[in-house]
Design a protein around this ligand. Sequence first.
Ligand code: RP5
Length: 192
Amino acid sequence: MAANSQSSAPAAKPLVGIIMGSTSDWETMEHAAKTLEQLGVPCETRVVSAHRTPDLLFEYASSAEQRGIEVIIAGAGGAAHLAGMTASKTVLPVLGVPVESKALKGLDSLLSIAQMPGGIPVGTLAIGKAGAINAALLAAAILGNKYPEIREALRNFREAQTAKVLGTPDPARAAIASVIAPATKLKRKKRA
Ligand code: RP5
C-alpha cells in the first residue's frame, strides 16, 4: 500500500515514511514496504540523501509530523547519516536500517546509525533485509498503540509465522515432499 503506487482507489494517508539514501537501497528497503503492505499500514517511499540532497532531508524530516507521518524508517549504507540527521530534525520515532555496503558488509552502516550521541535516539535494526522487515514490524508495533487494527494485523502476522514454523518441523521431509507431491500429481494426470 505504498502511497505512491499506481492504483485507481484513493491511497490511504501514509502513516510511515520510508526514506533511503539512494535508489540502490531499494533492494533492501522494499522489504520494509512489503511488510507494511502486508500489515495494511499505509506508507510512502522516497529517496532522500543526507549527503547528496541535505536540504531535501531537512525539509522532509521537519515537515513529516505536520503531514501526518507517525514513524520514519530510514535506510542507508556506508557513512549512513540519514537516520541520525532525520532524528535530529523531528520528534517522531526514527528507525534506522543499516544497508549492507560492498566494502565493509554493512558494519560501517550499522555503527554510523547506532552510535548516536545521547539526546537524539535512532532505533537501530539489523543489517540488510532482516533489519528492513523488522523496522516495518516495529513501526507497526508503535502504531498499534494507537490503531487497534494495526495491532491485530501484527498479532495475526506473528501467529501465522509461528504456525508456519511449527508446521515445518523437519526441513529434510519438507524438501522431499516438495519433490514427491508434483511427481504424484503428474502420474495421476497421465492415468486419467
Ligand atoms: C549511501 O551510499 C546510500 O544509502 C547507499 O547505501 C550508498 C551507496 O549509494 P550509491 O552510490 O549506490 O548511490 O548514501
